[in-house]
Write a protein that binds this ligand. Structure first.
Ligand SMILES: *Cc1c(COP(=O)(O)O)cnc(C)c1O
Length: 377
């Protein structure tokens, strides 16, 4: 069994993907071919945003937002403690100070009450200025944007939506990638919308920022690539990836999003009362980058993972280590007390992500849930 079956997806979409890729190779427009602009328009339309700027990967997409906002060392950027490394890495790499915030044990997303506590603490300490908050849509579920937006507005902070895992999720009919002042996503192959290599995109309704993003991702270009008016990076989505993504975006909208939600319903129906299943708050819709359960303790979790593996079922631990304990952030370790991250510390010991993708069969779900029921009871 595959954790995320990209081979099966390719077999289903092969008749559409192969000619699209061959068209790029025939035209030899490998960089900035017409498919890139077409995809950007389709992504903006799909997410309901004014501007989409594609780039090299999801980490760059987040980093580009830091460049646009010109963050500096005395700026605090609030980041959930339970997420992939990039969400905090880009803050420190841009020279600002990441301040980690514990998450909600049901949604895995940033806890708005704890966010406000951390902002107040930063203000009281008087060394840093609250500048931005990174709201991560973890495992496909949008962050609690209403509450986070209120806090961002109250303290004059920008909101960066890290929708690397959240593409196609919804809050009350509004699509992910439209919730931030700037939003970023990743097209890493295993994400809800994945390409055949690395890729990413940035979204915003702000015309001025969109122009800055287009400059920063091409060496800080002015009127052209050889007129450089600021320092930037070289980060772009190549045309082959854009051609692949155009097909995959259609498939996601046509049936994949629906089918992955059906799979989630089946998992939850079989596992409810056996283990802690994912919670989807009212009005929210997940794109299920992961289907993640919680076990009572580390021993049970690790034992179950091994038991599944012995039976040919891959299950993964996202994430093993809280952000505040990563050595890469050791410079800011004095800012934290381990007990301020009670939920994240526990989640890192108890979570387990199960095989999940739009092409998973009922038989696979029955096998996985059968093994879990037998092990846990
Ligand atoms: C995958 C991921 C990223 C980074 O995306 P890449 O395309 O791998 O650079 C950032 N944030 C989160 C939450 C992710 O899951």
């Amino acid at each position: 069994m595959q954790f995320r079956d990209l081979k099966k997806q390719y077999q289903v979409l092969k008749d559409r993907i192969d000619p699209a890729v061959i068209e790029v190779m025939t035209g030899a427009n490998f960089i900035h071919g017409p498919q890139v602009g077409e995809l950007e328009q389709q992504l903006a339309d799909y997410t309901g945003t004014a501007h989409c700027v594609t780039c090299g990967n999801g980490t760059d997409a987040l980093y580009l937002a830091m460049l646009v906002w010109q963050v500096k060392e005395t700026d605090a950027v609030f980041v959930p403690d339970f997420t992939f490394f990039s969400s905090g890495e880009i803050v420190a790499l841009a020279g600002a100070t990441p301040i980690f915030v514990d998450v909600d044990q049901d949604t895995y997303n940033i806890d708005p009450a704890k966010l406000e506590e951390q902002v107040e603490k930063v203000i009281a300490d008087g060394e840093l200025t609250p500048k931005a908050v990174v709201a991560v849509d973890l495992f496909g579920l949008p962050a609690d944007i209403k509450a986070v937006r209120k806090i961002a507005d109250k303290y004059g902070m920008y909101l960066l939506e890290d929708a690397a895992q959240g593409f196609a999720g919804e809050i009350e009919g509004k699509k992910a990638c439209s919730f931030g002042d700037i939003s970023a996503t990743s097209f890493f192959p295993a994400k809800p919308l994945g390409c055949y290599g690395d890729g990413g995109a940035v979204f915003t309704d702000n015309d001025e920022w969109a122009a800055l993003l287009r400059s920063y991702c091409v060496h800080g270009k002015g009127s052209n690539k050889y007129d450089n008016i600021r320092l930037g990076v070289n980060s772009r989505l190549d045309t082959i990836q854009a051609a692949v993504l155009k097909v995959k975006l259609e498939a996601l909208a046509e049936y994949e999003l629906r089918d992955v939600n059906k799979a989630a319903e089946k998992y939850t129906a079989a596992l409810e009362g056996v283990v802690k299943t994912p919670v989807i708050p009212d009005g929210m819709y997940s794109s299920w980058a992961q289907y993640t359960i919680q076990l009572p303790d580390r021993e049970t979790r690790d034992g179950l993972q091994a038991h599944l593996k012995d039976n040919g079922v891959p299950a993964m631990i996202y994430y093993q280590k809280p952000m505040h304990r990563q050595d890469a952030f050791s410079e800011t370790k004095h800012l934290y007390r381990d007990e301020d991250f009670e939920v994240t510390n526990r989640l890192c010991e108890t979570v387990l992500s199960l095989p999940m993708h739009p092409y998973i069969t009922d038989e696979d779900i029955e096998q996985v849930t059968g093994l879990i029921k037998a092990y846990v009871k």
